[in-house]
Design a protein around this ligand. Structure first.
Ligand SMILES: Nc1ncnc2c1ncn2[C@@H]1O[C@H](COP(=O)(O)OP(=O)(O)O)[C@@H](O)[C@H]1O
Ligand SMILES: CC(=O)OP(=O)(O)O
Ligand SMILES: [Mg+2]
Length: 468
């Protein structure tokens, strides 16, 4: 029986896994997620074929590793899932890792790469630690399955030097890797391809301002298909506020907030170190600190339940508006579209309308009916602009961080795809572009093997190829 690909997305409080077939396009075999790991009881969502299931779990799952083991067992023991009955049915495990440091491409896990990634753990403690715990678990307990890590930061390697450099002592900055990295890149890469295809434009001629706004929120300026700036920085804390994150603040604020700022937080473990300041700004700020809820659906309502809820909404709108203005100028006003994505971006019609109204001077306008309706289940990109096509489009994109792009896995042949380049001739133009693209590190004489997982219906393998 052909083997499957397992995609894993370990967040700070949730773990999501999806098994895909190797078909073209790939079929989702099963989608399973556990949320609320840090705030029990945990909730399981499970979807396989036509079966959908949600339950509160009695089991105490306090770490991402526990949640991953539980999910894996649940899938392997499902009698209706003959395709994934054990680890023998899995060829690759593709992990979303938020911080990839200087890695431009996805990497296969071995002792060397794992050692390097361990060195980055402290830079994204809320994210990398849980992802790498799962990578380590896979390495020890599923040793025959190859693990490949895909980085949120890779997409932003194109950010120019003046944008990514902090004006601090450069020797110290270089020695410690202190620069802007940017995150949510797996999502931005999916959105870029989906939107370019939707607008019928080549990726490398597409200019967008994209918002990935969920419980972690960021915004990205994309010029000619490349990230030129993004709001997150050295860590995912910078930029926009989020469910529990402050976003950008005056850095000296922490020393006025508490004189314990530099001490280790009680949340630290022997392997994971978080300072008190990091803990406060990452986990005890944002909507939660302002309103008591981390659920933006309770904040983005026409009649907010309190002044604090209204303030939280206004703060978010203000910060996003500031970035849109700045990025519009950075893109020289040459903008194809403004894209809303992520849990809030995809679901909050109120936030979209408020923001677009505030950005009217840039030529943005929204169609209220289309905006209120939002995208259908199968609609990856939806145009909600008003007017006949003049001015930048206002779009919603239902992003997908599970469908990681193998396109950046340059320089290594994936044995499951020993197909010739011909295999791709009938695929979408953009997929071929991606194979040819410079981010692949491909080109004359270098062996490149690529599987581009991209948009289109239910999110999908668009092409696979192999080139000498
Ligand atoms: N209808 C809605 N209006 C506003 N926010 C919403 C709505 N539905 C969900 N959300 C918010 O989306 C966020 C989750 O976004 P998501 O991108 O899925 O999260 P994560 O960053 O955890 O991956 C939560 O803050 C949730 O409250
Ligand atoms: C990078 C980041 O903030 O990720 P998430 O939105 O999943 O927390
Ligand atoms: Mg997210």
């Amino acid at each position: 029986m052909p083997k499957s690909i397992l995609a894993v997305n370990a967040g700070s409080s949730s773990v999501k896994i999806t098994f895909y077939t190797f078909d073209n396009p790939p079929r989702t075999i099963v989608d399973a997620a556990i949320s609320g790991i840090t705030a029990p009881p945990s909730t399981l969502k499970y979807q396989a074929g036509g079966r959908k299931h949600k339950e509160e779990l009695k089991e105490k799952l306090s770490t991402a590793q526990d949640a991953f083991k539980y999910l894996l067992q649940r899938c392997f023991s499902d009698p209706e899932l003959s395709e994934v009955a054990s680890a023998d049915d899995v060829e690759y495990i593709c992990h979303r890792v938020v911080h990839g440091g200087d890695y431009r491409d996805a990497v296969e896990i071995n002792d060397e790469t794992l050692g390097h990634l361990k060195g980055l753990e402290d830079l994204a403690p809320l994210h990398n630690f849980s992802a790498l715990e799962i990578v380590r678990l896979c390495k020890s307990e599923l040793p025959k399955v190859r693990s490949i890590t895909f980085f949120d930061s890779s997409f932003h390697q194109t950010i120019p030097e003046a944008v990514r450099t902090y004006p601090i002592n450069q020797e110290i900055a270089k020695a410690n890797g202190l620069r802007k990295y940017g995150f949510h890149g797996i999502s931005y890469s999916f959105i870029l391809r989906s939107v370019a295809q939707f607008l019928n434009k080549p990726v490398e001629k597409t200019n967008l301002i994209v918002m990935h706004i969920g419980s972690g929120a960021s915004i990205c300026a994309i010029k000619d298909g490349k990230s030129v700036d993004t709001s997150m920085g050295l860590t995912p804390l910078a930029g926009l506020p989020g469910a529990t994150r402050s976003g950008s603040i005056d850095p000296s604020l922490v020393f006025h907030y508490t004189n314990e700022a530099g001490k280790l937080s009680p949340a630290s473990t022997s392997e994971m170190h978080i300072s008190t300041a990091e803990d406060i700004l990452n986990k005890q700020s944002g909507w939660k600190a302002l309103t008591g809820t981390t659920d933006f659906a309770q904040i983005a309502v026409p009649n907010p339940p309190s002044e604090a809820h209204k303030l939280a909404f206004d703060i978010f709108v203000d910060r996003i508006q500031g970035y849109i203005g700045s990025y519009y100028v950075k893109l020289n006003g040459e903008l194809d579209g403004v894209v809303f994505a992520g849990g809030i971006g995809e679901k909050s019609a109120l936030l979209r309308r408020t923001l677009v109204d505030k950005c009217q001077c840039l030529g943005l306008a929204i169609d209220d009916v289309a905006n209120d309706k939002g995208p259908g289940d199968e609609e990856t990109v939806k145009d909600i602009s008003k007017g006949s096509g003049k001015g930048p489009r206002v779009l919603i994109c239902q992003t997908n961080e599970q469908v990681v792009g193998f396109d950046s896995f340059g320089g290594k042949a994936l044995p499951r795809f020993p197909k010739s380049y011909d295999y791709m001739q009938d695929t979408e133009e953009w997929a071929i572009d991606a194979i040819e693209g410079d981010r692949l590190g491909g080109g004359g004489g270098i062996e490149v093997s690529t599987v581009v997982l991209g948009p289109g219906g239910s999110a999908d393998l668009q092409a696979s190829g192999f080139r000498q």
